[in-house]
Design a protein around this ligand. Structure first.
Ligand code: UT7
Length: 328
């Protein structure tokens, strides 16, 4: 038995932050941001809007388009690095907000690779035969952990998320394979230093702005290109495929230059690669499910197409997933 995607959804908050807006906040320029990252604007939550609010909107859409009731949902997985609370999972908040009274759920913290980790978890739950309707969400409120005075990070990230409904498949449609990695020795290059058990929140950590994301962009860039390309190539080779067999490649959207370099190293042409970073920036666990939903809307996925996902993120975490597309 495999797990197939039977519905897709996305949610981007209304408010936007353009490169021109950022020019007024930090020493940067529209030209620098476009040429170094490919980003033109990003979306930001409204005041008081949290990750679970985005998750609820995504789950509501999944229920509406699949025709399922909330009571039919067995499991809710939320990939996020920006949970509503440190204690209480965002999945629990979504469960309550959609009134999925028969579901259990939990969060998966794997930064930008979070959605692929959550898809792997959800797919294995379906394959076990025990669960029939699994909601997998990737969503991040990056604006809650970004220092808008730090040009190294504030130009990259945005808020948003997406999700899918997974159901059992008794044919060759669905998640075919995945390869996942974690290397915690990379944690020093991208993290939020304070607010956890290493450095609990204090006046001092707040004064030092340690509750914001810090990133050694150059190092992360180097690892991202190498590992995303390697893990994409690895899954293509492992399944006896060639680059041309991939109908659509949806890479994590962190930097257009990382996407281009990865595609080139895997022998994929521009028309095989989905790019929307210009409109949303890096929404962390949100980028891949947002792109999947847009690809469906744009009819870029047809029955039996091979969809390749790949991501790299903080941890370090990285991975790829191969999906045979069904009727969505
Ligand atoms: O989602 C997964 C995790 N994150 C990533 O994958 C992000 C990976 N890293 C990147 O995307 C890129 O490294 C960045 C976009 C963060 C930075 O781009 P870069 O080409 O690596 O720039 P850099 O850090 O090497 O800086 C080049 C120059 C420096 O000036 P000097 O020293 O050459 O005079 C920076 O100070 O650009 C300067 N700079 C900026 N200038 C204008 C750095 N940030 C900015 C900025 N605006 N926002």
């Amino acid at each position: 038995m495999k797990a197939k995607i039977t519905a897709t959804a996305r949610y981007l908050p209304k408010r936007t932050l353009s490169n021109q807006d950022l020019e007024k906040m930090v020493d940067t320029s529209d030209e620098w941001i476009r040429s170094r990252t490919g980003i033109e604007k990003r979306h930001l939550v409204a005041e008081g809007e949290a990750t679970s609010d985005m998750g609820k909107k995504i789950a509501d859409q999944l229920l509406a388009s699949s025709g399922k009731s909330a009571e039919e949902i067995d499991l809710i997985l939320v990939a996020t690095s920006t949970p509503d609370y440190l204690v209480v999972s965002t999945a629990a908040m979504v469960q309550d907000k959609i009134n999925a009274v028969n579901a259990w759920g939990f969060d998966i913290v794997a930064a930008c690779t979070g959605f692929i980790y959550a898809m792997e978890t959800g797919a294995k739950m379906i394959e076990s035969g025990k669960y029939k309707n699994v909601i997998v969400i990737g969503a991040d409120t990056m604006s809650s952990i970004i220092n808008y005075a730090d040009r190294n990070t504030c130009i990259i990230f945005g808020d948003g998320g997406g999700g899918v409904l997974l159901e059992p498949s008794d044919n060759d449609i669905g998640v075919l394979d995945s390869i996942l990695y974690t290397d915690g020795s990379g944690s020093k290059y991208l993290n939020v230093p304070a607010g956890g058990s290493v450095q609990p929140a204090s006046k001092d950590t707040i004064d030092k702005k340690m509750h914001y994301v810090i990133q050694d962009g150059k190092t992360v860039f180097k690892f991202a290109v190498k590992n995303m390309a390697d893990v994409s190539k690895e899954i293509i080779d492992k399944n006896g495929l060639k680059g041309d067999d991939i109908s659509l490649f949806i890479p994590h959207q962190a930097n257009k230059r990382i996407i281009d370099a990865t595609a080139k190293r895997c022998g994929l042409h521009e028309d095989q690669v989905f790019v929307n970073i210009n409109r949303y920036g890096n929404t962390t666990a949100g980028t891949i499910p947002i792109a999947i939903d847009e690809a469906v809307e744009m009819s870029r996925l047809a029955k039996d197409d091979l969809l390749l996902l790949a991501a790299f993120g903080g941890g370090f975490t990285w991975g790829s997933m191969l999906i045979r597309w069904g009727n969505v």
